[in-house]
Design a protein. Structure first.
Length: 472
């Protein structure tokens, strides 16, 4: 009886503490809300720094809690989007605490930085060597998987989403070009099919169509900025994008090891190593913007050129140094020494990826939650918007499945096509840019986010069914 009463008391105490915390945070009369008031509208979001700190803290924690969605086989990014949709819709129930996040310049800056870090991370994980090894099947699947959705949406736009401009149809098409490498890889890994020929083709194609999608984005963005362009200007924009990616990789590949070696002589510590890594991502993002391309194109190129070999002159991570010291002290040899050496090599070479991942854990969820908050749930109550989303989703599914038929002989084409379906992170970035540039209104943007979320939802069960059919 004593333990039951104690449990009840603790439960009541916990509920009481949660209630106080909720009241302090969300009450209009709470401490932070009072501090948020600014005079004369000096800040667009009318928020003080302490309140912004609180927003960021809540966004990060809710984003991580939303990772529970991984337990049902869905990627964490989907949970972050759903959290954003919920937070952005609370005003419908009279809760306006989060409304100013949508227009706060600091939050938007952190989200934009998160996008740059995300593409930098994808570039690091891809590498030029990986792209060179994808093979002809992956390259063909990627090309068809980019061309089909882009052309289908651009030409069929008047029927899919009537009343938009031709540039809007281009942006919608561009949004559906890129396959999510991370989501596809995770699904294949969960199914135990990560080492099949189909999986290698899918992952290779996903990497290549990210590059092709970024080139298309560069072209479409230029058209939006300049209004209309002729064939000559279009050719120049395409060549500029290709030249930047190619030239950046060549010049950066020559510069990176020398740059890294020079600064390792200044200091070999982890802090300097981190600074050099992030330097390349941000500088390449700036250079891309300087030549009229999206910063994310530069961040991706900056990631592609970095390899762990360039950082051999720096100190090992702390745990690697400790492990080496322990091995020497205990005089470990034989098979165990070989296994430990492999572990050391793996973690030493993953160190630059981990730098970017840690920074991404802070910034990237802010982008996805903010993107979800931009979705107008009220717009989705409109039958026309729902029909638009359904039709675009059908095109998004069919065009990627058809791309699988370019894989050639010797593998399951349907599995390859289904594996190319999820759009994920890059598609959301494209959609967000379209909204920011004024190409998409709230209704179209909301529909596109729902389409991207749907492609992520349907891929795991579809891919599992296809592989079961292969085994049968």
């Amino acid at each position: 009886m004593y333990w039951i009463n104690l449990f009840r008391q603790r439960k009541i105490l916990n509920l009481f503490l949660y209630g106080i915390a909720f009241a302090l945070v969300f009450s209009p009369a709470g401490l932070f809300a009072n501090e948020a008031a600014t005079e004369g509208g000096a800040a667009h979001a009318a928020a003080s720094f302490p309140l912004i700190f609180l927003w960021i803290a809540i966004i990060l924690m809710l984003a991580k809690v939303s990772a529970l969605i991984e337990r049902v086989g869905q990627p964490a990014v989907l949970g972050e989007l759903l959290i954003g949709v919920v937070l952005g819709s609370l005003y419908l129930f009279g809760i306006t605490f989060f409304e100013d996040i949508k227009t706060n310049e600091i939050i938007h800056f952190l989200a934009e930085l998160g996008v740059v870090i995300l593409l930098f991370q994808i570039g690091i994980e891809s590498s030029v060597k990986t792209m060179m090894k994808v093979g002809v099947p992956s390259f063909l699947v990627a090309c068809v998987g980019v061309i089909l959705p882009f052309v289908a949406v651009y030409l069929g736009g008047p029927w899919l989403a009537p009343g938009l401009s031709s540039v809007a149809y281009m942006f919608l098409g561009a949004t559906l070009t890129a396959t999510s490498v991370g989501i596809t890889a995770r699904v294949l890994q969960d199914l135990g099919k990560a080492h099949t020929p189909e999986a290698r083709t899918i992952i290779g194609a996903a990497v290549i169509d990210d590059v092709l999608g970024l080139i298309i984005l560069a072209v479409v963005s230029a058209i939006v900025i300049q209004g209309s362009i002729d064939a000559k200007t279009l050719t120049i924009i395409i060549l500029k994008a290709v030249a930047f990616l190619g030239g950046g990789i060549i010049i950066g590949g020559w510069l990176a090891p020398r740059f890294s070696k020079f600064f390792s002589k200044v200091h070999t510590g982890i802090g300097m190593k981190f600074a050099v890594v992030i330097f390349f991502g941000l500088v390449f993002a700036y250079l891309a913007a300087l030549v009229g391309l999206a910063p994310i194109v530069g961040a991706f190129a900056g990631g592609l050129i970095l390899t762990p070999v360039y950082f051999d002159e720096f100190s090992d991570p702390g745990f690697v140094s400790d492990l080496k010291a322990a091995m020497n002290e205990e005089r470990v040899d034989g098979g165990l020494a070989k296994k430990l050496d492999n572990i050391i090599h793996t973690h030493s070479h993953r160190h630059i990826e981990e730098f970017v991942q840690h920074l991404g854990h802070f910034l990237i969820p802010i982008f996805f939650v903010l993107t979800g908050m931009q979705v107008k749930v009220a717009a989705l109550m409109d039958g026309k918007v729902v029909m638009m989303a359904v039709l675009i989703l059908i095109v998004a599914l069919i065009t990627k499945v058809l791309a699988g038929w370019a894989a050639g002989k010797g593998m399951n084409k349907l599995a390859v096509g289904v594996g190319m379906i999820p759009r994920g992170e890059v598609g959301l970035i494209f959609a967000n840019m379209g909204k920011t540039m004024g190409v998409m209104d709230d209704a179209v943007f909301s529909a596109m986010v729902i389409v991207i979320m749907a492609t992520t939802l349907v891929t795991p069960p579809m891919l599992a069914a296809v592989f079961r059919r292969i085994q049968a």
